[in-house]
Design a protein. Structure first.
Length: 335
């Protein structure tokens, strides 16, 4: 069994912990938190050993009558790999600790690419992460774009990709985030960071991205235009994308017209927290105009990287090849 530590038990960390627990070849050694909030209480109730992430704050857990198993460095020391799901910038600060205990570490997309040996997407470059000490699982948007661009590039060749990202203002629980009653260019300069981030996975692909931030919390939306090297028809492209396990091509008869209904659909499926681990791509939006491919896809920012973290664990530990890992992860989660 691969012994996995989760440092940071918030939006991403708690989802990764639950996904790791479902895998037949992994176990969660424990999770680390900085404060004794409701997530810390739930972690203990769910049977996870809880560790204090900051020594000076360890006493706060006792004050809140929450039992801890020790400090985060003890958790790291007894694990085969650590998933760092801390806020952006903290992972880079934790890197020295992981090196001290010679524990391979996974970071999230909010970290700078130079924190890791490789940026990772299971569909696109799994083998580059095999045996690496530091791997960055790219952001939710970069994950979604990589899953889409990989089959298009393999089958038809990508000459140029242009993507407009309509980004949620914050996660549902981020009460301090905006905008409110506003639409913001984000950033106002071009390109947005997403295009350069995609190039950490596909350095050869020419891609431009721009972003807008809107007063919504449920999901991101991508308006995609890719100029292909050949000119397939739309039905052929749909068949290709329907064959991708982490792209959900929404059937027209489902009558799902937006992200609100997508989330309702996920809840009806019994998905934990209403999570959508796949790209949600509207089949009806797939259009070919000459060599130009167009589509709309929605990305659930809280969950699409969860399966990627699980696959990255197997990559760094060398315990499975790409096809085996993706299939195992998908089967365990119900993707």
């Amino acid at each position: 069994m691969i012994r996995v530590a989760i440092n940071g038990y918030g939006t991403i960390g708690k989802r990764v912990a639950d996904a790791v627990r479902e895998q037949p070849d992994m176990e969660v050694v424990g999770v680390a938190k900085t404060s004794p909030n409701f997530e810390a209480v739930r972690a203990v109730e769910k049977g996870y050993d809880l560790y204090a992430a900051i020594e000076d704050r360890a006493g706060k857990f006792a004050d809140a009558d929450i039992e801890t198993a020790g400090l985060v460095d003890e958790l790291v020391a007894q694990s085969d790999v650590v998933v760092d799901a801390t806020p952006s910038g903290i992972g880079a600060e934790n890197k020295a600790m992981y090196d001290e205990y010679e524990t391979p570490a996974l970071y999230q997309g909010g970290e700078s690419a130079d924190v890791a040996d490789v940026s990772f997407n299971a569909r696109s470059n799994y083998d580059k992460a095999r045996g690496a000490d530091h791997v960055r699982v790219v952001s939710c948007n970069t994950t979604g774009l990589s899953r889409l661009l990989a089959p298009l590039d393999e089958e038809y060749g990508v000459e140029k990709a242009r993507v407009t990202l309509v980004r949620r203002g914050g996660d549902p629980s981020q009460t301090g985030r905006g905008p409110i009653n506003d639409i913001l260019p984000n950033p106002i300069t071009l390109p947005s960071h997403h295009g350069p981030d995609v190039k950490t996975i596909f350095p050869e692909i020419d891609i431009d991205t721009l972003g807008l931030k809107v007063p919504a919390t449920l999901m991101h939306m991508h308006s995609v235009n890719v100029t292909l090297e050949t000119a397939p028809d739309a039905d052929e492209v749909l068949d290709l994308l329907e064959g991708e396990s982490r792209i959900f091509c929404i059937p027209p008869e489902f009558d799902i017209d937006g992200t609100g209904q997508l989330k309702e659909y996920a809840k009806d499926l019994g998905r934990p927290r209403g999570d959508i681990w796949e790209n949600a791509l509207w089949s009806e939006s797939i259009t070919m105009e000459g060599n130009d491919f167009y589509c709309f896809q929605a990305i659930h920012q809280e969950s699409d990287v969860v399966s990627e973290n699980v696959d990255a664990i197997r990559a760094v530990t060398g315990s499975a090849d790409a096809e085996e890992s993706v299939q195992t992860t998908n089967d365990a989660l119900g993707i």
